[in-house]
Design a protein. Sequence first.
Length: 114
Amino acid sequence: QVQLVESGGGLVQAGGSLRLSCAASGIIFSFYAMAWYRQAPGKQRELVAEITSGGRTNYAESVKGRFTISRDNAKKAVYLQMNSLKLDDTAVYYCAAERSIRYWGQGTQVTVSS
């Protein structure tokens, strides 16, 4: 059974930082591309950042230069370091594992306050 468990969300002031973690089980982690998505109230879920099995990364324009995605295959984990957080970054953040199928985590709330 595939499980993706996110952690690290919370309340932070604008300009602050958070680090999200996602622990995976039930998959051969190194085979999968991993990604972070987010969904704000009333908006569609959007891709934030992704990292391929080979370590190539891609970011949404809105987070480039502020967020960094990384992975640790030995720990079967993917991370999202978020710096210089803005009010617009407030959302539920979801971890996803992608190959021929996409698996989702349950999400973790990130709230940025002024």
